[in-house]
Each structure stands twice: as C-alpha cells, then as structure tokens.
Design a protein around this ligand. Structure first.
Ligand code: ASP
Length: 473
C-alpha cells in the first residue's frame, strides 16, 4: 500500500493508510498502547488495541527511535482527546498490522529537548541523531528555503549559476590555505579556494555579466562562535557594468525579500538599510559592524546596514599579509582586487593610507554577514596595488592570469559574497554557526562523526611523494 505522510492522515478519515517512520514516544496504558510516529512531515498518534492481538503484542515491545511500517484505520480521536498543537491532532491511526524495520539503541542523549544542554562534542559525534531533534530539522529546512529563494531570485534577475574548481591555486582572502598534494606533479600542491574570487572575475571577462554560486570556501583559521573551522558557504555573486549602488540595491532587495518571505514574524528596523561610512561607524559605534537594533532583546528584530568607504589599505600589523611577503607596509582592507575610489587613484602614489576602497560590508545585528567591492579592472592599477602590498616578482607571477585576462577586454565589474551560515545563524537566532550546519567541524577541527582528519597509508604517501615527520625518532 502506498505510503501516507503523517501530516496527511486527516485527509484519509475512515480509510486504511500505511505509515513509515520512527517511534518518537510510546505510552503504554496496558490495554491501549499509543505511539507518536515521526516522519519527515511531523508526528501522528497511533493506537494499538487489544482486539488486534498480533499488532498489540508488537506495540508493547516498541521503543523510541525504532523504525516501523504500520497499517491502520484513520479515526477521529475521542472527544476531549484531540491535540490542538498538531495539525492532524484531531485524528489517530488504529493499527491493524505493524512491521519493525529496524530496532534502535537508546540514544546517548535526549532528542526531545533543544539540545543546548548536551555536550557539543557528543552531539557532533552522533550528529545523525542530534539532527533528528525538531530544532535542527527546522534550522536545516529553513536554510534550504533560504538558498532556494536566493536561486529563484537571482535566476529571475538574469544570473547564471556556475561552479568553479575546488582544486585550485591560492586565492588570497587573508587566511591560511588548505593544500592538497598533487600525485601527477610531485612536489606541487593545489590550494582549496578561500573564495571563488578570481574565477568569478574571469567569468566576467568571459561575458556572463551576472554570475552566482552557492560556493564552499575553505580557510584554515581558528574557529569562533560565528566562524566555522575549515569550510563555510557563501552566496558568491558578481556583475558586470555596474556601480557600487547597483550591487547594494540588488543585495538589499534580495535579502529584504528573503527575510520577509521566509521569516514573516521578523521585522526589519529600517528600510532602506542605513549606510554608514567606515569612519562614521567607527567614530559613532566603535566598530565597523554596528548593531543597530532598537531593542536588543527583541528576537524578531533585524537591523541590516551597509558599511562603505573603507580605507583601501590597512597598515600591516603583526603578520605579513600573504605569508611573509617581506617588509610591506600595507595590507588590503578587503582583498587585493578591490578598486580604489576613482577620485583617490592619484593618492596611490603619494599617500596610500588616504585612498578609499570601493568596498561594501553587509551588516546584520552587529555581525558582518557579507562583503564585496567594485574590482580593479585596469592592469596598471592592479600592478600598483601588488607593489604597495609588497609583492615580489614570484608572488606577482602567481596572479599573471588575472593581468593577462585584464588585457583581453574586461568589463568593469563588482560583486559581493554574503555568508550563508552566518546569515542563517542570525536569522534563526542561534548563538553558534554550527547550529545551522549539518556536519560542522569541532573546535579542534575534527569532523567528529567521521573522525576526520585521519592518517594516510604509506602507499598513499609514497604515491604523493610525501614524507611525514612525526617527531618520533
Ligand atoms: N571574495 C570576497 C570574500 O570572500 C567577497 C567578494 O569580494 O565578493 O570575502
């Protein structure tokens, strides 16, 4: 018999249905045994009566999280026994036959709480169980809804979704790269992309004009509550023949509509979103990502804003940008492809610290949820920036492909990359980014459920021409 989802039983009153799912809870009242049966659509109450002897006997043995298939008659619940909190709470299924598809051990932690009380390492080790809890199901389903909204919106605006390589070359966004050894070219390494920045610019040279990707980005940085270890997801987008204004308007319209349609209970503090210059934000709020909520206790308030007019460079501090590039004085505030404000180009030669960059940061409730810029498209300006950040000839050569491409008819272009994980964290009111990711790494960089990273075999290492120094002699 065709499977019915628990949410639909109300449409089958006085009919036989087959349900499949997990035993959420069992209540044994001796004669009557009840279970809440859970599937992807929700929960339905199921009852075993002594009249159906065989089914009743199995019903008494059931435990939470067992997987079952059952057939029964949909009936109205007796008067007074309805559950107004469930959409199908006026109905129950009286079981005539049941098959246990799989038994289950007692879970290592309760699944009917929000999970915040459970040790996170343990939750991540048994993530497939942790994800069964309603809060996590909701988070990942709303994340899906948001991504679907984005795809739909951008497709209607003439964007093409294009995938770019994961095995690639360094893409300097200011973090440490993950390297992958090449077997075919011993001693050489791919880098995993910190973002698809260069590819999306090359796609503008290629004439797509409007590109987006739900892009996985890899950065070997220490984790924080609002930053996952290792990898995260951005909505990466790029447009040709646009001004900064066009990019801000598009992103603002997209995320206003997304918030209003997927989170109707939320309200946006100010529309259009306030725009603050970097200087103004820092002077007034002491940060370039101010929290502009009127009531910080209101869980439904969303205060979006833009921070613009960043200085193009920051003075180089502790660590040299780009892994020990020498004694360079300047590092890019955003990244090295960000265009200087056209009025400030002459200052590149005289007073680089005064140059404003055409950078824009998208801010939500005090978090930076996206950044982007208008890009340099003139090779001589790009070269000047390389010089200012202290690139030597070898480092410059790493970006030859960009300069070469810029000599083949590049349109003016720019874009932005809002972070999907961080945005969802704020929209869902979660305090950690890991609550909106299915299988995040732990703070020590472990994918607990798989126990990655793991050691390579000697054969693998040999094929890759790699010798590992373990520190043991
Ligand atoms: N690639 C940039 C980043 O990852 C975003 C952008 O400039 O579009 O921050």
């Amino acid at each position: 018999m065709k499977r019915t989802l628990t949410k639909d039983i109300g449409a089958h009153e006085s009919e036989q249905v087959t349900l499949e799912g997990w035993v959420d809870v069992r209540r044994d009242h001796g004669k009557l045994v009840f279970i809440d049966l859970r599937d992807r659509s929700g929960i339905a109450q199921v009852v075993f009566t002594p009249k159906e002897v065989a089914a009743h006997e199995v019903g008494q043995t059931l435990r939470s999280e067992w997987v079952v298939r059952l057939t029964g008659m949909v009936k109205k619940r007796p008067a007074g026994m309805e559950n107004p909190n469930l959409p199908n709470g006026a109905y129950e299924v009286s079981v005539t036959a049941i098959e246990v598809l799989n038994e289950a051990k007692t879970p290592p932690f309760p699944l009917d709480t929000d999970g915040h009380d459970v040790d996170e390492q343990l939750r991540l080790k048994y993530r497939y169980l942790d994800l069964r809890r309603p809060r996590m199901q909701k988070n990942l389903k709303l994340r899906h809804a948001a991504v679907r909204f984005i795809r739909e919106y951008l497709s209607n605006e003439g964007f093409t979704e294009i995938e770019t390589p994961i095995l690639t070359k360094t893409t300097p966004e200011g973090a440490r790269d993950f390297l992958v050894p090449s077997r075919l070219q011993p001693g050489k390494f791919y880098a995993l992309p910190q973002s698809p920045q260069q590819y999306k610019q090359l796609l503008m040279v290629a004439g797509f004009e409007r590109y987006f990707q739900i892009a996985r980005c890899f950065r070997d940085e220490d984790p924080r509550a609002d930053r996952a270890y290792g990898e995260f997801t951005q909505l990466d987008l790029e447009m040709s023949f646009v001004t900064q204004e066009d990019i801000l308007r598009l992103a603002e319209d997209l995320f206003t509509k997304l918030a209003e349609s997927i989170f109707p209970e939320k309200h946006i503090t100010k529309k259009p979103w306030p725009r603050l210059s970097h200087t103004e934000a820092v002077a007034t709020y002491g940060t370039d990502k101010p929290d502009l909520r009127k009531d910080k206790k209101d869980p439904n308030e969303l205060a979006f804003s833009w921070t613009i007019d960043f200085p193009l460079f920051t003075e180089q501090s502790k660590e040299d940008f780009f892994h020990g590039s020498g004694a360079a004085k300047f590092a890019p505030s955003h990244h090295m492809f960000t265009a200087p404000h056209p009025d400030d180009v002459p200052l590149l030669d005289t007073d680089p610290t005064k140059v404003r960059g055409l950078q824009h940061d998208m801010v939500l409730n005090g978090y930076e949820v996206g950044g982007g810029s208008i890009r340099i498209h003139r090779p001589e300006v790009q070269e000047k920036v390389f010089d200012l950040i202290g690139f030597n000839a070898t480092q410059k050569a790493q970006f030859d492909h960009m300069l070469t491409a810029f000599r083949h008819g590049v349109p003016p272009h720019g874009g932005i990359a809002p972070g999907i994980d961080r945005l969802m964290m704020v929209l869902l009111g979660e305090s950690s980014i890991r609550e909106v990711m299915a299988f995040p790494a732990t703070s020590s960089g472990q994918i607990a459920v798989m126990d990655a990273p793991s050691e390579a075999t000697l054969t693998q290492l040999h094929e890759l021409s790699i010798k590992v120094e373990t520190g043991e002699e």
